[in-house]
Design a protein around this ligand. Structure first.
Ligand code: RB5
Length: 146
């Protein structure tokens, strides 16, 4: 993945605290963060924030995204409806690393109710630091966009 990409972050209320924590990590690591909300723990609808993230990636306002809801599932479904987005729900460092190596994922989706903060932070680091392996995986990823 390119050096210090602009990272868009989005969450619903369930993912808000983890989204804030990961945004702080990203800034500490030198990334520019595009925060698309939500901005508190008042109940909201995850598709609204997943769509905002999908639009940002689609428009090239960010090249990478982090999406957080209670499970990571709802928001990943919303963000994956956008062209050029490959969001992967990951639960550990290995799934985050393989989502980059094999799937060229550009959005990391996390479930705040399922994983701890340290695992989330380590997964994000692995996601950002792992390159797409290409080769046979490139043919498969190309088919996802057809
Ligand atoms: C909100 O309660 C919850 O449904 C949402 O955060 C998410 O887990 C949906 O997939």
């Amino acid at each position: 993945m390119m050096d210090r990409p602009i990272v868009a972050v989005a969450s619903d209320h369930a993912g808000y605290a983890l989204k804030e924590l990961l945004a702080a990590c990203l800034r500490a690591w030198g990334h520019e963060v595009l925060d698309l909300g939500t901005d508190g723990e008042t109940s909201v609808d995850y598709p609204d924030f997943g769509n905002a993230l999908g639009e940002a990636i689609e428009a090239g306002r960010a090249s990478v995204g982090v999406a957080v809801c209670g499970t990571g599932i709802g928001i990943s479904i919303a963000v994956n409806r956008h062209k050029g987005v490959r969001a992967a729900v990951c639960h550990d460092v290995t799934s985050a690393r393989l989502s980059r190596e094999h799937n060229d994922a550009n959005v990391l989706a996390l479930g705040s109710r399922l994983i701890g903060r340290q695992v989330a932070e380590d997964s994000l680091k692995a996601f950002l630091e792992t390159a797409f392996a290409g080769g046979r995986h490139a043919r498969r990823v190309a088919k996802l966009g057809q």
